[in-house]
Design a protein around this ligand. Structure first.
Ligand SMILES: [Zn+2]
Length: 201
């Protein structure tokens, strides 16, 4: 298995939908590929980070905080099924799929740009730059890996950028936090855990 085949399986694994033979194939690849092991580790941290964040839209009552501290419901992503059945098309294609109000991902394998978020209808992909145009609102969190984020509009949530950068125009409004992750990741992860532990008390 090549790394580009392992990538969708890792996402599927994180979504809780990896079946027996795929799990074995992924495990075999991970045993022999240090860079994919590292990548999976970082994906897991980002997933945990996103789930650990409080939703800025929700009032900070005790019940809400308790509800938010429960583990998220894992849903199988049907679009990965499509990727697996159409491996040739998936190489060049950019995928946009709405997950019944749960999760939506967009993935361009050519540039390895990965975009995840709860509301991606309002973003525009230009090369390896994810643009939130002026006058548009993204109603949720945004995670971008291997790319830049240009914010000219509104984001009602948090931004996480892994191996990239964020540029905010004077017209930008971001209600949540902006996090850029690179080699300082381990330190950040430690601080975020610390912070999440404090707010859930
Ligand atoms: Zn690999």
């Amino acid at each position: 298995m090549e790394c580009k085949e392992a990538l969708p399986l890792m996402h599927e694994y994180l979504d809780g939908g990896l079946k027996g033979s795929e799990a074995v194939a992924l495990k075999e690849h991970l045993l022999g590929c240090a860079s994919c092991r590292q990548r999976l580790k970082e994906f897991e941290k980002v997933e945990a980070l996103i789930h650990a964040w409080p939703n800025p839209e929700v009032p900070s009552g005790l019940t809400e905080r308790i509800m938010q501290s429960l583990p998220p419901v894992r849903r199988k992503s049907p679009w990965w099924e499509w990727v697996r059945r159409h491996p040739a098309a998936s190489v060049a294609a950019v995928f946009v799929m709405v997950m019944m109000g749960s999760f939506m991902s967009l993935w361009n394998e050519d540039s390895e740009l990965i975009v995840k978020g709860t509301d991606l209808q309002s973003v525009v992909i230009q090369g390896n730059t994810v643009v939130v145009p002026e006058g548009k609102t993204v109603a949720g969190n945004l995670m971008v890996e291997n790319g830049k984020v240009q914010v000219d509009g509104d984001i009602k949530g948090n931004i996480v950028v892994i191996d990239g950068s964020v540029n905010m125009a004077s017209t930008a409004h971001i209600s949540g936090q902006v996090t850029e992750i690179d080699e300082a990741f381990s330190w950040l992860w430690f601080k975020m855990n610390d912070w999440a532990a404090n707010i859930s008390k």
